[in-house]
Ligand binder design. Structure first.
Ligand code: GLT
Ligand code: MN
Ligand code: MN
Length: 407
């Protein structure tokens, strides 16, 4: 497709926290998975999961994986103990990466599960907690460097607020900015050259998350002098939680030069909020891949990471396998359909035609920046009455379906 293999366009990744680190638990019930390592010590469990992770990547023929520090190694009683556990597992991951050729798409640190982060990490009201989060981030960057991570993700976790009544909004946002600057500085200091990604999400777990959506995250990065140091990791289900479509979030990121990577899943309002279902909606993946193909450099160093979970009622290793296959199939078909849409200029012609009035006459004046309120008034006073054409949305959607189901 467009001179590249499908693998180069799609760069699939499996998310550690949804595979062998998860057990099918949901807010109303304990895990349903039965695993051979259930009775082992925490560290031995972690080792068994490393083996299972690479076996899954191998069977799926997926080139990348992604994880949080807490997914791969058990948290110790102190930071030093946690880091020691991490070193053991990271050494093991490094060996497996070497022998299998699998790579780390991105890593991150979990700054939301431990009760110390009840009020957030870098946006906490407690400076001790900020310090702990910073020390954890430092280790996360070192781990990323050690494993050659191609990206490093900052998902907001609990960076948000429950109520403004007891929140210093300015201090919290400033602290988030300071935290990200520290990350940029330290990565540079140790020579960790991963692409940094912010993953927006509007709510859950906190009532209002600071990285609400693409537009909010971009404005934040710009005001804190960080825009050229970050791109965005757009998740389908987070887009719909924000009341947007997936393609709205991708397009907003793209036109701002900020489209970095994808967390692939889909939501279902009937099932709740961030349900992280596997992507099966061909229209959604077609429009997503349309944005990727239109993006300068395509998916670049990013990827298509399955931030998707198998439901509690069918949590078996086999289902893990088939769910990923279904997700990859949906994206691969989406890629082909998107390429056809672009090659045949299906949507481009429609858009070009719709805005043709900006190509000449008064429209060209406006676009060139030469028009003023005065010149436009003068134009209107001598012009014909305005006539708008129909948008023909239903026809466009039917054409889109024709293309999608013909590839
Ligand atoms: C969490 C969240 C995801 C993020 C992960 C990265 S953790 O599961 O819901 O969308 O991508 O921190
Ligand atoms: Mn995600
Ligand atoms: Mn999610």
């Amino acid at each position: 497709v467009f001179g590249k293999t499908m693998e180069e366009h799609l760069r699939f990744a499996v998310a550690y926290w949804h595979t062998f680190n998860a057990n099918g638990s949901d807010p109303f019930g304990a895990g349903t998975a039965v695993r051979s390592w259930d009775s082992l010590s925490p560290l031995d469990k972690a080792k068994a999961r490393v083996e299972a992770n690479f076996e899954l990547l191998e069977k799926l023929n997926v080139p990348f994986y992604a994880f949080h520090d807490a997914d791969i190694a058990p948290e110790g009683a102190t930071l030093a103990e946690t880091n020691k556990n991490l070193d053991i597992i990271v050494a093991m991951l490094k060996d497996y990466q070497k022998s299998t050729g699998k790579k780390l798409l991105w890593n991150t640190v979990n700054l939301f599960t431990n009760p110390r982060y009840v009020h957030g990490a870098s946006t906490t009201s407690n400076a001790e907690v900020f310090a702990y989060a910073a020390a954890t981030l430092k280790k996360g960057l070192e781990v990323g460097k050690e494993l050659g991570a191609e990206n490093y993700v900052f998902w907001g976790g609990r960076e948000g607020y429950e109520s403004l009544l007891n929140t210093d909004l300015k201090l919290e946002l400033d602290n988030l900015g300071r935290f990200l600057h520290m990350a940029v500085d330290y990565a540079q200091e140790i020579g960790f050259d991963a692409q940094f990604l912010i993953e927006p999400k509007p709510k859950e777990p906190s009532k209002h998350q600071y990285d609400f959506d693409s537009a909010t995250a971009i404005a934040f990065l710009q005001s804190y002098g960080l825009k050229d140091k970050f791109k965005l990791n757009i998740e389908a289900n987070h887009a719909t939680l924000a009341g947007h479509t997936f393609e709205h979030e991708l397009r907003t990121a793209r036109i701002n030069g900020m489209l970095g990577s994808i967390d692939a899943n889909q939501g279902d309002m009937l099932l709740g909020w961030d349900t992280d279902e596997f992507p099966t909606d061909l229209v959604a993946t077609t429009l997503a891949m349309f944005e990727i193909l239109k993006n300068e450099g395509g998916i670049g160093r990013g990827g298509v990471n399955f931030d998707a979970k198998v439901r509690r009622s069918s949590f078996e290793d086999e289902d893990l396998f088939f769910s990923h296959i279904a997700g990859m199939d949906t994206y691969a078909r989406g890629l082909k359909a998107a390429a056809k849409l672009i090659e045949e200029r299906v949507l481009d012609d429609i858009v070009d035609n719709r805005y043709r009035s900006f190509k000449e006459g008064i429209g060209a004046e406006i676009v060139s920046g030469r028009a003023t309120l005065k010149s436009l008034e003068a134009y209107v006073l001598q012009a014909q009455p305005i006539r708008n054409e129909s948008g023909r949305l239903e026809q466009i959607k039917a054409t889109l379906n024709d293309v999608i189901f013909s590839v």
